[in-house]
Design a protein. Structure first.
Length: 212
């Protein structure tokens, strides 16, 4: 007599420490320093390198107390992209856990988030309240939070402007995010520590510096 066996084939829940990155990350980016073409004319910002392109405007976000660079802002094609590189474990990722923390923070601010699949993997589309004042009460802004786990680093991006709502502009700012090179370095660092960023060399046009 044949016996029929029912088997539950539901996929297991994604572990919070799994790496999250596009399958082609190592060739299409964001790249690790060891994966990048060393002869390309990158702008060296310490923890990341940026490939110049027409219409790209670079901003440094500086912490007032310490005067250290804490983020890089990129204005391009009607969009803004804020990027931060962090140290990460070699074999596990940070994005799944950090994404949950971002959702909690935005919720506490009175905003909403939607988890969706994007070109880099899971991303958050957030509707964030604008600070009250000057008749802006009740106004919100849209932002996309994206993240990629690389070898011993994690790169976070926040996309706003046209890249959060317009598919054509989104493709342009996503290509910019892909072109970033992360320089982890050999110095031991605890996971989640910001990989040090710095002003570019004096031979490079000085970007605008904004207090964080």
């Amino acid at each position: 007599m044949d016996t029929e066996i029912d088997t539950d084939l539901d996929a297991p829940a994604q572990a919070s420490n799994d790496k999250s990155a596009p399958d082609d990350r190592a060739t299409e980016g964001p790249l690790d320093e060891l994966e990048a073409n060393p002869v390309r004319p990158y702008v060296d910002l310490g923890g990341i390198k940026i490939l110049p392109r027409d219409g790209l405007h670079l901003r440094l976000e500086i912490e007032e107390g310490s005067k250290r660079v804490v983020a890089i802002g990129l204005d391009y094609a009607g969009s803004t992209l804020q990027v931060q590189p962090f140290a990460a474990p070699r074999s596990t990722g940070l994005w799944h856990e950090i994404r949950d923390q971002i959702r909690d923070q935005i919720g506490k601010q009175g905003g909403t988030t939607t988890l969706r699949e994007g070109p880099f993997g899971p991303e958050l589309l957030a509707e964030i309240p604008v600070a009250a004042g000057q008749g802006q009460g009740g106004v919100t802004r849209l932002a996309r939070f994206v993240g990629v786990d690389g070898p011993r680093w994690f790169l976070r991006g926040v996309i706003a402007g046209e890249g959060a709502v317009n598919p054509e502009a989104a493709a342009q700012i996503e290509d910019l995010f892909r072109s970033i090179v992360v320089v982890r370095g050999a110095t031991p660092m605890p996971p989640r520590d910001l990989i040090p960023l710095r002003m570019p060399a004096s031979s490079t046009p000085t970007p605008e510096a904004n207090p964080a």
